[in-house]
Design a protein around this ligand. Structure first.
Ligand SMILES: C[S@@+](CC[C@H](N)C(=O)[O-])C[C@H]1O[C@@H](n2cnc3c(N)ncnc32)[C@H](O)[C@@H]1O
Length: 234
């Protein structure tokens, strides 16, 4: 739990590790199963989709989505230019369908009723409840009426663990004299906290699609309409 390494800004952290990122996620952490599950959550009943990927990084999650919807129109947002460079090199043949924005997803407007799917994988576990809630509200508004939000991320197992992460993140910020800005400090919440925030943001349904020891995939419907998946409702 104690994060004793040097604390880096979010962009420095990922710029400095972009070259080894894919191998770390796929070979060391063996996350193919996770990305398969994410692809399972994508609704299959549409002719094409417009997708917003928040914290798209090198685009690991996009590979399978392009297999389902080869013509998917994707907006990817990430504040690490090095991660985005790798994504661009991987998806050269998709550049006419890809719009990449190198900025913080907290700082940009997503529009209203634009996307079939908003997706975020392994990106949001660094932010406070307040920031997440404001982001979830923006995501909710940006979705079409039958749109869905999919999030796969680290989660805490218990409220005690969640609280320890919060206390530790405050300690790190204080020790580093950090008052503002985006830093790579982990604050995973419990699935329950997540579900509460998602419902507060307006989602009519929020389900846990899959849960592992430290990771949960949530699928949220803007309205009670679509999602053709088998989910555990809580
Ligand atoms: C662990 S990587 C995940 C990348 C990709 N989604 C995946 O599953 O492989 C987290 C990504 O989120 C990005 N990120 C973190 N905070 C962000 C923010 N506020 N705005 C935009 N991108 C952010 C980082 O730069 C990094 O590329």
């Amino acid at each position: 739990m104690s994060q004793n390494r040097k604390i880096e800004t979010m962009s420095d952290f990922f710029n400095n590790r972009a070259d080894i990122y894919d191998d770390h996620m796929i070979k060391e952490l063996d996350l193919n199963v996770f990305y398969d599950e994410i692809a399972e959550c994508i609704p299959k009943n549409r002719t094409n989709i417009k997708l917003l990927d928040l914290g798209c990084g090198t685009g690991l999650e996009l590979e399978r989505i392009f297999r389902i919807y080869p013509l998917a129109v994707v907006t990817g947002v990430d504040l690490s230019s090095k991660m985005l460079d790798i994504l661009k090199a991987k998806y050269k043949d998709k550049m006419s369908q890809l719009k990449l924005i190198c900025q913080s997803y907290f700082d940009i407007d997503y529009g209203n009723g634009v996307y079939d799917v908003v997706l975020s994988t392994y990106s949001l576990h660094h932010f406070s409840r307040e920031l997440k809630l404001s982001l979830y509200r923006k995501i909710y508004s940006s979705l079409k009426e039958d749109g869905i939000y999919i999030e796969g991320d680290y989660t805490a197992k218990t409220t005690d663990e969640e609280n320890r992460f919060i206390v530790e993140s405050e300690r790190i910020r204080k020790a580093g004299g950090i008052t503002d800005g985006l830093y790579h400090i982990d604050i995973p919440f419990t699935a329950e906290t997540q579900m509460n925030l998602l419902r507060q943001a307006g989602f009519k349904r929020a389900d846990i699609k899959k849960q592992w020891d430290k990771t949960t995939i949530f699928v949220c419907e803007k309205n009670l309409k679509n999602v053709n998946i088998h989910a555990i409702r809580i």
